[in-house]
Design a protein around this ligand. Structure first.
Ligand SMILES: [Zn+2]
Ligand SMILES: [Zn+2]
Length: 821
């Protein structure tokens, strides 16, 4: 027997694919295309099994689509800018670029050893000036259109990463990368006006039918559109205060107004120094904790009054720590009867509570409610608006406020503009200079890229290393030629990943970010596989970027990705694999012990790809056994089969041959459906196991004589079906079975429906309503034949006990019912 030398087989075929440029593609107008994309890795140093899982899924689909005749683009690159490289430079005295390039080289070797079918000529690294040049070019286009702008803002500052973060990267008050508690700082920063696209980001979700609903829900919540009304509350001796509310139907219950401690009008409303100090204390509280409702509700009475424009009542104006400037107008009408937060505040400070909404079917308001009723209902004690359903009251009251000129329908969003300034070295330099005469001036296109200087000091002593490179900071103003200071902020690395998938189309193009004809051929992306931890980061930013590109006339569509497929995490010992937990598995070790094919097959076999999978070393053995069993079958029969080409399996076969053939075609049908529709690769792997078992069961009956064509068909079909999963050994077996052409673009097998049909069906046999046995009958058996078979079944005979048959009913394909007296 020929031993299964996976290392020799795998490296041999990998070399062959490279030599043949097997996965390189060009646009071919007359061939259907398939753009199969995976999220590009950060070159941290090692491919981990989470990457492997992601890339195995896309590789199966890519290889399968090639066999279906598609022209498949399945590229890879490196998300190579970002903080870890700079931190490594500080800790180890190396240069971020050196660290990054070495990691890329190592990880590339790992990916190649896995046998992934990438067109390596299209590899990109976002740290290449020829790549980030186009980040700068896009930025300048956005600057021209007012999408990129600079302003002073209270921003999230990570004291450990020593840089600001986007809101999306500081959710819950923690740095997304290092989990440090985020601080707030006032800084001049660059933003991208993503809020100009917030409605489109929501509305265009209608085009994302093949995205997982949970990703869309996360994005919808993040954008946080809420419709409501703005109402102006007159202030005694002052300008009116505008509040935003989604529940104007409760306005007759508004018994006080609360301003955020940061509200710009507050200072002038405060009665005295004591109140000012008390508000200053509120302002000093942690904003994140306030937002999360983690601090005790506290307030300060301003000493001033407003008027509820609906009731005409005089109501006090308070400052409260539970109101934030970031949402709505930074001022609320407090309705303690119908908002629990307001209720608790009113209780604490002895403010009045009015019930103005009754739940459906409630007889009358409770005299002293012990909680707010927040649901909808019908209005009471609401003047001429009493007796309306909440929805109707909202419409009527908004219209009334509008008519009287003290209110209007309004929409607010949770989404904020995207803060892209980073005070770090290893990012794309923001291409502007500051001139004393001309102010902010964009670097002209013909001076791009603004390249990172190599000689920055990496001391870790705070401050951006770029500030300490005089030759970088000193610039000429492109407008007046005078001296200017170059911007030292670099861009958020999420800029790099917002459009990288366009760069794969023409990675070396030097007169534009990508080739238009190639874009029209390959886009949109047919399948995008990755983790959903980026649902509100990368997957929002890249949708935004494409919309900006569309408005620049660069692409003709709204959305770049047709189908998003989220892959699940890899767990070990019941926990997510991570370095800090010490439960990681190194793919290299697995490849050394089992080979890449077994690793690929194993990682796809455990669970549906979108679910979390539990890594268990013992279960790899099961997949190794499958490959070994198939290898032995082919080894036993290859020589003879290779010598006798031509016999068709469709001819006259003995019963065992027909049985095997049936299983073969059922397997083709199943595996095709599993890959094509649901990408349920684990059930496809289960089908390989079944078919291999079936070949072993019938081997003796089909290995010689008239059954041999069925054996050939079974082995060849297994090799073809498994090729996307375990491509190296399949190529090897295919060659040994006598084929000169490789499998990369070999046609996928077609299921013969007639052959797949079961000849025999199993029927349940009931006696007096109880199932007493089962019989196998031919699918086209007559009722007499079925009757004979059913009545002769031993257990059924036992229950009949020789009594006369009163009734016999046949439900074809399902059951037989016999009634005896
Ligand atoms: Zn951090
Ligand atoms: Zn100037």
């Amino acid at each position: 027997m020929t031993p299964y030398d996976f290392d020799g087989i795998e490296t041999r075929w990998q070399k062959r694919w490279t030599d043949d440029r097997a996965f390189e593609v060009t646009e071919e107008a007359d061939r259907p295309k398939f753009y199969c994309l995976e999220m590009l890795p950060y070159p941290s140093g090692n491919i981990h099994v989470g990457h492997v899982r992601n890339y195995c899924i896309t590789d199966v689909v890519a290889r399968y689509k090639r066999m279906r005749g598609f022209n498949v683009l399945h590229p890879i690159g490196w998300d190579a800018l970002g903080m870890p490289a700079e931190n490594a430079a500080i800790q180890r005295g190396t240069h971020p670029e050196k660290w990054t390039r070495e990691n890329i080289a190592g990880m590339k070797r790992q990916l190649q050893r896995m046998g992934f079918s990438y067109p390596w000529s299209r590899e990109i690294a976002t740290c290449d000036p020829e790549y980030y040049r186009w980040n700068q070019w896009f930025f300048l286009r956005m600057l021209e259109r007012g999408i990129a702008y600079r302003r002073k803002a209270a921003v999230n500052w990570c004291p450990s990463c020593l840089t600001v973060l986007a809101n999306e990267q500081a959710e819950g008050g923690e740095c997304w990368r290092c989990h440090s508690k985020v601080e707030e700082r006032e800084l001049d920063q660059w933003f991208l006006r993503i809020t100009a696209y917030q409605d489109q980001l929501l509305d265009d979700m209608a085009q994302l039918a093949a995205w997982p609903e949970r990703v869309l829900v996360q994005q919808r919540n993040w954008i946080g559109r809420s419709a409501g009304a703005e109402v102006d509350f007159p202030v005694e001796g002052g300008e009116p205060l505008t509040v935003f509310t989604t529940r104007i139907d409760t306005i007759y219950g508004a018994t006080f107004v609360v301003l955020a401690p940061e509200h710009p009008r507050l200072e002038r409303l405060l009665a005295d120094g004591a109140a000012r100090q008390a508000v200053a204390r509120l302002r000093a509280q942690d904003r994140r904790a306030r937002q999360a409702g983690q601090v005790e509700k506290e307030g300060v009475f301003t000493g001033r009054y407003a008027v509820n424009p609906f009731t005409g009542q005089r109501i006090p104006i308070w400052a409260g720590n539970f109101v934030l400037m970031g949402y709505g107008t930074g001022a609320i009408m407090a309705v303690p009867g119908h908002d629990q937060r307001d209720f608790e505040f009113a209780r604490k400070y002895g403010l009045s509570v009015r019930t103005v909404i009754l739940p459906e079917g409630a007889p009358a308001p409770a005299a002293a409610p012990d909680a707010a009723y927040e649901g909808p209902g019908s209005t009471v004690d609401s003047g001429r608006f009493s007796g309306l359903a909440s929805d109707d009251a909202i419409l009527a009251m908004t219209a009334h406020a509008q008519e009287k000129g003290f209110g209007r329908a309004a929409v607010t969003y949770r989404l904020k503009d995207w803060l892209i300034s980073r005070q770090r070295y290893w990012g794309t330099p923001i291409p502007v200079v500051y001139c004393e005469k001309d102010g902010v001036v964009g670097v002209p296109d013909d001076q791009l890229p603004v390249v990172l200087p190599k000689d920055a000091p990496f001391t870790g002593e705070g401050g951006n290393p770029l500030e300490k490179v005089p030759a970088f900071v000193a610039a000429r103003c492109p407008r007046c030629g005078g001296p200017a200071r170059r911007e030292t902020d670099t861009m958020d690395t999420f800029v790099d990943s917002s459009w990288y998938f366009y760069r794969y189309l023409s990675p070396r193009k030097d007169d534009g970010p990508f080739d238009g004809a190639a874009m029209r051929y390959w886009f949109p992306i047919d399948l995008y596989v990755g983790g959903t931890e980026h649902a509100i980061l990368h997957l929002v930013y890249s949708r935004f970027w494409t919309k900006v590109m569309r408005d620049l006339g660069l692409v003709p569509f709204d959305e770049p990705v047709t189908r998003l497929f989220p892959q699940g995490m890899v767990h070990k010992d019941g926990e997510v694999m991570s370095k800090s937990k010490g439960n990681t598995v190194a793919p290299d070790d697995v490849i050394r012990a089992y080979g890449a094919d077994t690793l690929r097959l194993y990682i796809l076999s455990v669970a549906p790809p979108e679910m979390a999978m539990e890594w268990t070393d013992a279960n790899i053995e099961g997949e190794r056994r499958l490959i070994n069993r198939l290898w032995r079958l082919v080894d036993r029969h290859a020589e003879e089969l290779a010598g006798e080409r031509g016999a068709e399996a469709a001819g006259d076969l003995p019963p065992a041959g027909r049985e095997l053939r049936r299983k073969v075609h059922q397997t083709i049908r199943k595996v095709t459906e599993d890959i094509e529709e649901r990408i349920h690769l684990n059930t496809a792997v289960a089908a390989f196991h079944e078919l291999v078992n079936e070949v072993y069961r019938l081997e003796a009956d089909v290995q010689s004589g008239a059954g041999r064509p069925a054996l050939r068909e079974a082995l060849e079909t297994l090799v073809l079906l498994m090729n996307p999963f375990t491509p190296h050994i399949c190529e090897e077996m295919w060659a040994r079975l006598g084929h000169a052409e490789g499998l990369v673009s070999h046609a996928w097998p077609a299921a013969d429906e007639a052959a797949a049909r079961e000849d025999a069906v199993q029927l349940a046999v009931q006696v007096n309503g109880k199932v007493r046995g089962h019989v196998m009958v031919a699918r086209d058996a007559t009722e007499d034949e079925v009757r004979r078979a059913a009545l002769e079944e031993p257990r059924v005979r036992e229950h009949l006990a020789g009594r006369p048959i009163a009734k016999f009913v046949l439900v074809p394909g399902r059951l037989v019912s016999v009634v005896v007296r």
